[in-house]
Write a new protein. Structure first.
Length: 72
């Protein structure tokens, strides 16, 4: 007997569909149990927001630039 699965077009269009083998999914679940969820506090959220603004406006250094600067 053939199995037919219908996937809603909206789900595919939004990029919300992920298909992986069962073994890999189970491994993901095992790993996920060992990784704690850490929520940013108000100060960290503010710093993240500011950092995103700086990146957007081009005010940042690359790792290479930082290393080069430190060697001088």
């Amino acid at each position: 007997m053939e199995k037919i699965i219908t996937i809603p077009k909206e789900l595919v269009k939004r990029g919300e569909l992920i298909i992986i083998p069962r073994g890999e999914y189970e491994e993901y679940l095992r790993i996920k149990k060992n990784i704690p969820i850490i929520r940013a506090n108000i100060h960290e959220k503010k710093a993240i927001k500011e950092g995103k603004r700086e990146i957007k406006s081009g005010r940042y250094f690359t790792i290479k630039q930082l290393r080069d600067e430190m060697e001088c």
